[in-house]
Ligand binder design. Structure first.
Ligand SMILES: CC(C)(COP(=O)(O)OP(=O)(O)OC[C@H]1O[C@@H](n2cnc3c(N)ncnc32)[C@H](O)[C@@H]1OP(=O)(O)O)[C@@H](O)C(=O)NCCC(=O)NCCS
Length: 151
């Protein structure tokens, strides 16, 4: 069965933080989530299975640009299409919004994420040296153009 992707809000912050802690060493704080959820600076969408939040994605839609801010799937639910469902839903929202391009950065060693973004058509456009504060690892800057979107 296809996962249903829903928009998340302030009541979901505790679960979002628990999921973050499972997925990242350097993770977002409650305040960072609230900044987005209350101020509508960015959107947060998620997938629940049996009432467990198994994945979420945060992204901003500013003017005609979308930026992927975070994307994480519970370790026990990976390789089951959750990441793909989240990214697909965000793309649908982008198309409805008239978004023309999307950017994101990803750690150079993050093979699963790179494979997912490449599957969606993102292309490398640059490198940010020692970008991440936790590991000092380089970031790859990726871009997607919605004119290639086929739904
Ligand atoms: C990256 C991440 C979100 C992928 O989520 P997921 O739900 O496991 O991904 P999906 O099952 O939807 O996979 C979709 C596609 O991505 C690629 N992919 C995902 N995980 C992969 C892996 N471990 N190895 C190779 N390709 C992978 C494949 O192309 C896959 O398609 P396929 O299953 O038809 O081969 C997940 O691994 C994660 O949460 N990682 C930790 C957090 C993180 O690094 N987030 C990204 C920050 S930029």
């Amino acid at each position: 069965m296809k996962d249903e992707v829903v928009e998340l809000g302030e009541p979901d912050v505790r679960e979002l933080m628990e999921l973050e802690a499972l997925c990242f060493a350097y993770h977002w704080t409650r305040e960072q989530f609230l900044l987005g959820l209350e101020g509508e600076v960015f959107k947060v969408i998620g997938v629940r299975r049996d009432d467990i939040l198994v994945g979420y994605m945060a992204f901003s839609l500013i003017a005609d640009e979308m930026e992927v801010l975070n994307l994480a799937v519970h370790p026990e639910y990976r390789r089951q299409g959750v990441g793909e469902a989240l990214l697909s839903r965000s793309f649908e929202m982008c198309v409805a919004n008239g978004t023309t391009k999307s950017f994101l950065d990803v750690k150079v060693s993050n093979d699963p994420a790179l494979a997912l973004y490449r599957k969606f058509g993102y292309k490398k456009i640059g490198v940010r040296k020692k970008y991440y504060p936790d590991t000092r690892e380089d970031a790859l800057l990726l871009r997607y153009d919605f004119k290639q979107y086929e739904g």
